[in-house]
Write a new protein. Structure first.
Length: 296
């Protein structure tokens, strides 16, 4: 199957599943369901769940049975975006071309919508672990990787380093450490969870960790470039927000031209990490190129 068709098929399956997870029931707390779905169902690349499904397919042919796990990862990512946009964080008024959650529903509801998505992510993953045909030990191990990557030693840790980065980050290596947590951790756990659910052995997991580590850093450098070179129409949010928020980025230590070459280098290293999987990794290789050569 051609890459575009493969990607479109995966995104469609993910979207179908996401639309079934949060039912907007007429209860006193009905606004929280609306706010959660407002951000969850407003599109996006669905990178993390597609990475999970693509990795799983290195080992098994039918990824449909792990789609709930992939959707759990997307809910965690979406919660992080809602909280990132808050005035106390990045203070962004727009996300994916429309008002940020807190601008639509207010700050308190935005905070709780993010909290709700984080909790629903693990409800969804645990329900799948109990009801699907996935081997239960593999399901628990995968959920453990997802939980660890989104906590204080993963994404949240990266976010706090980012908040105080102008005082704490003085070298590109320190910046890469922050990126490995803030952006890279849940990209890596998407890949590792897909591999664990698929039955990967230790050598295969190590190769996929190399792939994920390099994709994570390349993806974030590309984000830094786009924050300067893209447009609000393409990105769906205000450009130049890193400079406005006094953030340390890759361009604090590099020119755009050098940064673009580094993106290519990290992407090449990521693809090399997939060599042991042969032609079965072709879609993941193309996904790596797609993610690090984008304009939004």
């Amino acid at each position: 199957m051609e890459f575009k068709n493969w990607m479109d098929e995966k995104v469609l399956k993910i979207e179908e599943c996401l639309r079934t997870i949060i039912k907007e029931e007429k209860k006193p707390q009905k606004i929280i369901y609306e706010a959660m779905n407002y951000s969850l169902l407003c599109g996006g690349k669905r990178l993390r769940p597609v990475l999970m499904l693509g990795t799983y397919e290195l080992f098994r042919d039918n990824a449909e049975e792990i789609i709930p796990f992939a959707c759990a990862m997307e809910m965690i990512h979406t919660y992080s975006l809602i909280h990132d946009d808050l005035p106390a964080m990045d203070n962004d008024d727009y996300r994916r071309g429309r008002l940020s959650n807190h601008k639509k529903f207010g700050e308190a509801t935005g905070i709780l919508a993010g909290d709700g998505l984080l909790n629903r992510a693990f409800e969804t993953g645990l329900e799948a672990a109990l009801k699907s045909n996935v081997e239960i030990t593999s399901a628990v191990k995968a959920l453990y990787e997802i939980a660890k990557s989104s906590g204080a030693d993963g994404m949240i840790g990266g976010q706090i380093v980012d908040i105080y980065g102008h005082d704490k980050i003085s070298s590109v290596e320190e910046l890469k450490y922050m990126y490995s947590l803030k952006t890279g951790a849940i990209i890596k756990s998407s890949v590792k969870a897909g591999a664990i659910l698929g039955g990967a052995d230790d050598n295969q997991l190590r190769a996929l960790e190399t792939f994920a580590d390099n994709i994570g850093i390349a993806f974030q450098i590309e984000d830094d470039i786009l924050d300067v070179t893209s447009t609000q129409e393409k990105l769906g949010k205000k450009i130049g927000s890193d400079i406005a928020n006094d953030k340390v980025t890759y361009l604090s230590f590099s020119t755009i031209e050098r940064a673009r070459k580094d993106v290519e280098q990290f992407t090449d290293e990521a693809i090399k990490g997939l060599e042991m999987f042969g032609d079965r990794a072709n879609h993941l290789k193309e996904l790596a190129l797609y993610l690090t050569n984008r304009d939004h």
